[in-house]
Write a new protein. Structure first.
Length: 185
């Protein structure tokens, strides 16, 4: 388990911190920076036209880094996966955000309909097809497919809200997650 106590008396619940998640986040960031290439970073920034920062790590390096996290920290819980994905997403670096997406893709079996709120925040902040599309197709769609009837009903109401939202990226994610082509794509 990743959770450990950092301050206060041992076993003190009010001092519990998620050090392991932070350790994993530090590992991901350091690895992606080490795998980065300034020329690739500049080319990606130019191609995507984003205000995010870029390390220049390849998609393969991002996927390999997330596999390494799984080996270093086996048995991550849903809460740890979602906390780590949020930690990675919080810094406006493309490869960190892509790592958050890959982490969710790799652990979609642990997610439930309540995680759509976090994913909605990611989609709203992504503003890039390279992040929105895999969130919708490889995270939300398989999540929807494995939910029980009540969970799917709640999730469908969320996706209907997304489809009617003023944010074009959220509308795009709703269409892709449900497999419906539309004029907004």
């Amino acid at each position: 388990m990743l959770s450990e106590y950092r301050r206060g008396s041992p076993g003190s619940p009010d001092r519990r911190e998620n050090e392991g998640v932070t350790d994993a986040g530090i590992f991901v960031d350091a690895t992606l920076q080490a795998e980065g290439d300034p020329y690739r970073a500049a080319a990606l920034k130019d191609r995507l036209g984003s205000d995010l920062r870029f390390y220049g790590a390849s998609v393969g390096a991002v996927r390999g880094t997330i596999r390494d996290v799984a080996r270093r920290h086996p048995g991550l819980t849903r809460d740890e996966i979602t906390a780590l994905s949020s930690e990675l997403w919080a810094v406006p670096v493309f490869e960190r955000r892509l790592a958050a997406v890959v982490l969710l893709q790799s652990n979609v079996r642990l997610l439930d309909n309540s995680d759509l709120t976090r994913i909605e925040g990611f989609v709203r902040g992504a503003r890039l097809r390279e992040l929105v599309d895999p969130l919708a197709v490889d995270v939300v769609r398989p999540l929807m497919e494995r939910l029980d009837a009540p969970g799917r009903g709640r999730a469908n109401s969320v996706l209907h809200r997304w489809a009617d939202d003023g944010d074009r990226w959220l509308r795009r994610a709703a269409l892709l997650a449900t497999g419906q082509p539309g004029p907004h794509l």
